[in-house]
Write a new protein. Sequence first.
Length: 249
Amino acid sequence: MKRLILASITTLVLSTMATADAVSFADPKGDDHGDGTLIYPTNPVFRPGVFDLVAFTATPEGNRLHLEFEMAAPIQNEWNMAGGFDVQMLFVFIDTRPGGHTDGLPGLNVAFAEDGGWEHAIVISPQPLERVVSEIPKAGELASDVLAADDVAAAGHTISAYVPLDDLAELPLTNWGFQVLVQSNEGFPEDNDLLTRRVNEFESEYRFGGGSDGDCDPHVVDVLGSSDQLSYECGVETATIRMLQTSNK
């Protein structure tokens, strides 16, 4: 059945800020439920709010782009992962010109709107950089436009990472569209999934619930903007993601 979204009866507040050097997006707190029905895994490491993105900032620093993600809950690292955090997994999609890819990456089960395709995808994972790079070929024809973030770190409520600006596009960032998808780090991904954790019909110790075992549902916990982007209907409609622009674009 099609997942109906609470956004139709609630007010979504999304603010953006742009300066000459940075762009920043705020996302509502408490919307870490996928299409509205997603349930966290039952293991205690998946604390309430650990996948709830509340702010995203991208800042040019020299020849690199600094990415920061503020989460609702404090960042933990009980699994002693290389990136300094454990359960989160983040994807940044950037739209720098007309056209672009409308397919999502393996393991996300989403598409992008025709008028907002992406040219660059950035993977922010707590796995060692070499492991992330080795997984990117799973993206097939999209792999050449997928980057693994470096210098990944975490402190307080914030996860941060860097990518080379030369691998992206000309500044200013205010001419770009952005989207962030929140997933969960999975060291033993199924099939062709790109280090992502699946959403099943029923939750279990290490699996999200509230989805479909037919693997037609979006495997996304939170997204910048309205969660109605994650609405889907098995065999009929794939969740379609929309790029967000700063107010200066």
